[in-house]
Design a protein around this ligand. Structure first.
Ligand SMILES: O=P(O)(O)OC[C@H]1O[C@H](OP(=O)(O)OP(=O)(O)O)[C@H](O)[C@@H]1O
Ligand SMILES: O=c1cc[nH]c(=O)[nH]1
Ligand SMILES: [Mg+2]
Length: 209
C-alpha cells in the first residue's frame, strides 16, 4: 500500500488556515497556495537520489553531493492544480510539466476528461500529480489511470486538503501511489464538498464564482 503522509509543519498549517478562510480574496489565496506548494515540494523531494562529485572549493578539493538528475514531471489536474505548479517549479525548475484536464460533473460527481498532454518520455519520468482537493477521489483516480495508460510507472499524488473517502479511493484503485496531504479533513458533505475544506478551489483561485 502506498504511504499517506499528512504534513504537520507549522508554516504549512498556518498558511492553510488563511487559505481556508472565506474572507481570503483571490490574490492572497493564489499566493498562499503557491507558498504551501513550495513547502510541500521541499518535503516531497527529500528522497531524491544524490551522487558524489569532486569539486574545487576556494580552499581545497572536496567530494560533494549533487542530484543525480532523475527525470521528474509535474502534472496538475486542471484547473485548480495549476495553482500549485509554479510553487513546485521554484524548487525543481528542470521538471517537465504535463496537464490532465478533468472536471467533476456537478450532478453525478464523476470526472470528465477533456485534455491530456504529457512529456514525450513519459515512461522514463517520475510524476508528481497535483490538485488542491481530494474529495470523492474520482478525479485523482481518473488522472492516475490516464497517466498509467500512457506509460507512467511512478506516480506521487500531492494535494492540499483531502478527506478519508478520497484517500480510500486512491488506495483501492492505485495502491502503488504515495499520497502527500497538507490536511486530512473530516468528511464529504451531500454535495461532494470537503468539510470543513476551503470551498471550490478552482473558483477561489481564478475568481470565477
Ligand atoms: O475528488 P473529486 O470528488 O473528484 O473532487 C476533486 C476535484 O474537484 C475539483 O475540480 P473541479 O471539478 O471543480 O474542476 P476545476 O478545477 O476546473 O474547478 C478539484 O480541483 C478536484 O479536481
Ligand atoms: O471541497 C471541494 C471538493 C471538490 N472540489 C473542490 O474544489 N472543493
Ligand atoms: Mg472547481
Amino acid at each position: 500500500m502506498g504511504k499517506v503522509y499528512v504534513f504537520d509543519h507549522p508554516l504549512i498549517q498556518h498558511k492553510l488556515t488563511f487559505i481556508r478562510d472565506k474572507n481570503t480574496g483571490t490574490k492572497e489565496f493564489r499566493e498562499l497556495v503557491d507558498e504551501v506548494s513550495t513547502l510541500m515540494a521541499f518535503e516531497i523531494t527529500r528522497e531524491l537520489p544524490l551522487e558524489d562529485i569532486e569539486i574545487d572549493t576556494p580552499v581545497s578539493k572536496a567530494n560533494a553531493k549533487t542530484l543525480t538528475g532523475k527525470k521528474l514531471g509535474i502534472v496538475p489536474i486542471l484547473r485548480a492544480g495549476l495553482g500549485m505548479v509554479d510553487g513546485i517549479l521554484k524548487l525543481i525548475p528542470a521538471a517537465k510539466v504535463g496537464h490532465v484536464g478533468l472536471y467533476r460533473d456537478p450532478e453525478t460527481l464523476k470526472p470528465i476528461e477533456y485534455y491530456v498532454k504529457l512529456p514525450s518520455d513519459v515512461e522514463e519520468r517520475d510524476f508528481i500529480l497535483v490538485d488542491p482537493m481530494l474529495a470523492t477521489g474520482g478525479s485523482a483516480v481518473e488522472a492516475i489511470n490516464s497517466l498509467k495508460k500512457r506509460g507512467a510507472k511512478n506516480i506521487t499524488f500531492m494535494c492540499l486538503v483531502a478527506c478519508p473517502e478520497g484517500v480510500e479511493a486512491i488506495q483501492a484503485e492505485h495502491p502503488d501511489v504515495d499520497i502527500y496531504i497538507a490536511a486530512l479533513d473530516e468528511k464529504l458533505n451531500e454535495k461532494g464538498y470537503i468539510v470543513p475544506g476551503l470551498g471550490d478551489a478552482g473558483d477561489r483561485l481564478f475568481g470565477t464564482k
